[in-house]
Design a protein around this ligand. Structure first.
Ligand SMILES: Cc1cc2nc3c(=O)[nH]c(=O)nc-3n(C[C@H](O)[C@H](O)[C@H](O)COP(=O)(O)O)c2cc1C
Length: 189
């Protein structure tokens, strides 16, 4: 396998996963750094992957703690392991967050199925569960759209690790933002 083939294959599996709920890379771990400099990680659904732009798109509730974490520090890491392919992908980058009112969030919300929209009507993620009788009934005006946010990660580094019987090919791919050159290449597993 040559380096370019490996790179193309990695981006292809991510692109496929964005369209396939059964794919190994459909659920990824998004890691952020919080205000106390502690790492934070959680599972998110990969919604879109653009292999030319090198971007990954996720959706979230803007009331969740990660939203503030990313506003203060947009450096994130995304991690996935596909058991079927025995492939680990670790992607580092900078996230851009689009809240309600932005064109990006509006377009994504429009395409969202009703059952996914429902999750944004519930109480703030991470807060104590309110007793059922205190849970406000969603009004027609509150569709959840005001809480819906889109996170787009601009990937600047991909670390791909393929588990194999006799050797474990691993490579680093760099996608520098402003034309600075950094060589991609095979590295020790
Ligand atoms: C299978 C699975 C998929 C999830 N997908 C998402 C998602 O796409 N977006 C999201 O914000 N949270 C998602 N969550 C919930 C997060 O893992 C997390 O619990 C929540 O967003 C709160 O994270 P925070 O407190 O770090 O902000 C998912 C959880 C599971 C178990």
């Amino acid at each position: 396998m040559d380096l370019k083939t490996f790179e193309i294959a990695c981006w292809a599996v991510l692109t496929e996963a964005a369209a396939d709920p059964q794919a190994g890379f459909r659920y990824l771990t998004l890691a952020t750094v919080d205000a106390a400099q502690r790492p934070q990680a959680r599972t998110v659904v990969l919604r879109e992957c653009h292999d030319v732009r090198r971007t990954l798109t996720f959706y979230t509730d803007v009331r969740s703690p990660k939203w503030q974490e990313m506003a203060a520090n947009p450096q994130v890491t995304v991690l996935g392991y596909c058991h079927q392919r025995r492939l680990q992908l670790r992607l580092a980058g900078r996230v851009a967050c689009y809240a309600a009112g932005s064109d990006v969030a509006r377009a994504a919300w429009r395409a969202l199925p009703q059952h996914t929209r429902q999750t944004y009507i519930a109480g703030p993620p991470g807060e104590a569960l309110a007793p059922a009788h205190e849970t406000p009934v969603a009004t027609a005006a509150e569709t959840g759209e005001s809480r819906f946010g889109v996170m787009i990660v601009q990937v600047n580094m991909l670390d791909a690790y393929q588990l194999q019987r006799n050797e474990n090919p691993r490579a680093l791919f760099h996608y520098p933002a402003h034309g600075e050159r950094q060589e991609s290449g095979w590295i020790n597993p």
